[in-house]
Ligand binder design. Sequence first.
Ligand SMILES: Cc1cc2nc3c(=O)[nH]c(=O)nc-3n(C[C@H](O)[C@H](O)[C@H](O)COP(=O)(O)OP(=O)(O)OC[C@H]3O[C@@H](n4cnc5c(N)ncnc54)[C@H](O)[C@@H]3O)c2cc1C
Length: 381
Amino acid sequence: MPSKSHIAVVGAGAFGGWTALYLLRRGARVTLLDAWGPGNARSSSGGDTRVMRGTYGPDQPYARMAARAMRLWKEHDQRWNCRLFHQTGVLWMATAGDDEYERASLPFLREAGIKFEELSPEEMTRRWPQINFEDVRWGIHEPESGFLRANTACQVVVNGFVAEGGEYRQAAVVPGKVESDYRDGLRLSDGSTLLADQYVFACGPWLGKLFPETVGDLIRPTKQDVFFFGTPAGDDRFSEAKLPVWADHRDRFTYGIPANEGHGFKIADDSRGPEFDPTSGERTASAETLAMVRDYLGFRFPAMKGAPLVETQVCQYENAPDNHFIIDRHPRVENIWIAGGGSGHGFKHGPVIGEMVAELVMERKDADAMFRLGRFAKETG
Ligand SMILES: Cc1cc2nc3c(=O)[nH]c(=O)nc-3n(C[C@H](O)[C@H](O)[C@H](O)COP(=O)(O)OP(=O)(O)OC[C@H]3O[C@@H](n4cnc5c(N)ncnc54)[C@H](O)[C@@H]3O)c2cc1C
């Protein structure tokens, strides 16, 4: 019997955890490592929740990927007997003046088989009277979309991976020179070396530090503040029982997740914040962003005007220059793979990325051209 191929996956966030699981299911022996643990508070997969949506404007092939991912999240909820996916629906508010993004989404939603309805402001007001639809010309409602638990999901995926026979270790890979250091085994923080046949680095916002020449500034971490407001006592109009996930392209792209499982009403601004160091950055939300978010909250959700802030979280996007994922074999070392560049929208796709990377690694295929590092050849010189 030929021995199983041994693959080390570094990073147990949304990209690495699912990749490790699918590599295992394809018959590899897999060791998964993480410096601080799956979905830790420094990671881009940290925090409570993430939006699961299919509306993606003209940025494709993400609607199709989201449709597949949604099926896989639901399948795993059943398999693991848990509730990572909450089907609250997602409502997109297209404002007067600029509804290009929403318009461009429709054919892709149709093609991907994601259920949606186009709604007038009157119909939206009838269904969700707790929202002020001033400025909104029309809306897209995705009734079968919703939100995902984030850090919990990362832990559940790793538990599933271990239950199916994978090995998980909490250890940090010490950055080194790619050609001489990583290829012949990973040097770990506990002084040991981990030798494998192939290596997948799914280190989110840290990829630039681990691969300064190959990735470097191509992944730019930015600080993103997330706010949770307390809902009125005894009132479920702003909780998952009555409100869908929502997104609004008004002046800035603002989105939110209804209160759920004891958490407040979540609201965040998708605009890229200042550059941020994921290891040493202090996670204090900015007072300026809070003031802006409060103004918006009072306008769009009048009964939430003046609601108390009950929690804040600071996460970072790991932005690729074109906001597309980076999934590729290392250009100079053929047994090293890189998966990252989630750019503020990667979480939902975790299971699909896992399937995709596992196929590339096990079948030694070439990555899709749109995700390859080579697309930045001009920028890298
Ligand atoms: C505020 C916010 C809101 C978002 N909203 C959404 C959303 O609504 N929907 C959506 O789909 N996506 C969303 N995203 C994006 C999504 O969460 C990320 O793209 C995705 O989680 C990235 O996962 P990752 O596995 O690539 O990175 P990470 O989760 O950062 O995982 C990388 C892991 O690598 C580990 N690591 C790093 N260096 C080393 C080392 N040297 N040795 C060992 N381990 C190491 C880290 O500890 C970490 O756990 C959001 C992101 C943020 C920050």
